[in-house]
Write a protein that binds this ligand. Structure first.
Ligand code: COS
Length: 393
């Protein structure tokens, strides 16, 4: 991880990368598990006991006063290098409790975050629905205030940790206004009456994923996070923080594919030498190395910008997520190609990475959504420049 010498980082970050790397090498699953739910649950416990999940929540439950996005990124990059499921287990503790960390009251934080940070409570972020994935403002699950309770009705789909989570941060329509201004975020315990897990979803990269059904699900009004009607912005601000970490996970996977490939091409005999002697191979290695370094710069630029106090890193995080995930897919594809037949054999490390990287280009906002976000921010910046007196001579 040569980028750790860059001025984005301090010695604490470098030490984290080294220590977590040693831990992951020894503890992360080496093979794809038969039962992803059970292994994920065990990984949360293991990560918690080893003290790594305190990066996912702010102090006093966590290690840092505010979430340190560079540490989250280093952790995801390191874990994803070894196991996409270990990375997933870590990441979901952060994303699932993120709205509480960023917008919760002291009471809400105290009730949830210490256990999330110790791996004793599993968190989940319940935003997507069957008919509202990219278009968050179209979500239809309702939360109707009746006295001191919200009554939830509707369903959620593609929810990571559905079935193993202890609580869900649920985004629902509270109806203050139409569209994005009528949503709120609520903490719903997994055993709330009226909440059922409506099925697990199998994917090309197995991890806990499923649907939720709310039927007159009654929760106390004290579970509201932030202000009523501000759910859309809470979701977006949480995603701003965690999207750069998705880029970091992609970076870890790309790096693993690259390292495996370099080892392979240096020893694989072909045409009287090794694959590495061929200029066509060298061109691929050059492309892979450059995509990886460019991704690292974008990911850690976004993380550093947030850690340096920026209120929003919407554009930087979207660039990091889109570029690093798309580049990692390209890098891993080149790795598969250079491994030849072995690269597509079930169970080979690059075959697994080829499947593991794919969902990252979709979840937490597909690449096309990141492009929309980047373009809107760029246009907004140009508009502001045009209005600013300094450029209006
Ligand atoms: N932080 C704070 N506020 C934000 C924000 C952010 N990152 N992004 C948008 N907002 C605000 C806007 O400023 C706007 O505020 P006003 O009401 O004051 O005007 C409001 O939110 C609506 O924003 P926008 O007009 O951009 O909303 P759209 O409905 O056009 O949707 C996209 C925007 C497409 C970007 C959003 O729906 C999205 O991110 N979709 C992908 C969802 C996703 O990641 N799903 C995966 C689920 S987790 S696995």
């Amino acid at each position: 991880m040569s980028h750790l010498v860059l001025p984005f980082f301090n010695n604490g970050h470098r030490q984290l990368a080294e220590e977590l790397g040693v831990w992951a090498e020894a503890n992360a699953p080496k093979d794809e598990p038969e039962d992803a739910n059970a292994v994920s649950k065990a990984l949360v416990k293991q990560l918690g006991e080893a003290g790594w999940l305190d990066l996912c929540v702010p102090a006093p439950a966590g290690r840092f006063e505010k979430l340190d996005v560079r540490s989250l990124c280093i952790a995801r990059e390191t874990l994803a290098y070894h196991s996409s499921l270990a990375d997933f287990a870590f990441a979901m503790q952060g994303l699932g409790s993120g709205p509480i960390s960023l917008f919760g009251t002291d009471e809400q934080r105290a009730a949830v975050l210490p256990e999330v940070g110790r791996g004793q409570k599993i968190a989940a972020f319940a935003l997507s629905e069957g008919k509202a994935g990219s278009d968050v403002a179209a979500l239809a699950t309702t939360a109707t205030l009746e006295g001191d309770y919200y009554i939830l009705n509707g369903s959620k789909k593609w929810i990571s940790n559905a079935g193993i989570a202890d609580f869900y941060v649920v985004f629902a329509r509270t109806g203050e206004e139409e569209g994005h201004r009528g949503l709120s975020a609520l903490i719903v315990e997994a055993d709330a009456p009226g909440l059922t897990v409506a099925g697990q979803i199998d994917t090309i990269s197995p991890h806990p994923l499923g649907s939720l059904e709310f039927t007159d699900c009654r929760v106390p009004s004290s579970v509201l996070i932030g202000e009523s009607g501000h759910g859309f912005k809470i979701a977006m601000a949480t995603l701003d923080v965690f999207r750069s970490t998705v880029g970091a996970a992609a970076l870890g996977m790309a790096r693993r594919a690259f390292d495996e490939t370099v080892r392979h091409v240096k020893q694989r005999k072909a045409f009287g030498g090794t694959l590495a002697d061929l200029q066509i191979t060298q061109a691929k290695l050059a492309e892979m190395a450059t995509l990886i370094d460019a991704s690292a710069l974008l990911v850690y630029r976004a993380a550093w910008t947030k850690d340096s106090g920026a209120e929003r890193i919407t554009k930087e995080a979207a660039m990091a997520k889109a570029y690093a995930t798309e580049s990692a897919q390209e890098v891993i594809d080149m790795a598969v190609q250079l491994f030849g037949g072995r690269g597509v054999a079930s169970g080979h490390i690059v075959e697994r990475l080829y499947r593991d990287i794919r969902p990252l280009r979709i979840y937490e906002g597909a690449t096309e959504i990141q492009q929309v976000i980047i373009a809107r921010q760029v246009l907004k910046e140009v508009e502001m420049d045009e209005k600013s007196p300094a450029t209006n001579h």
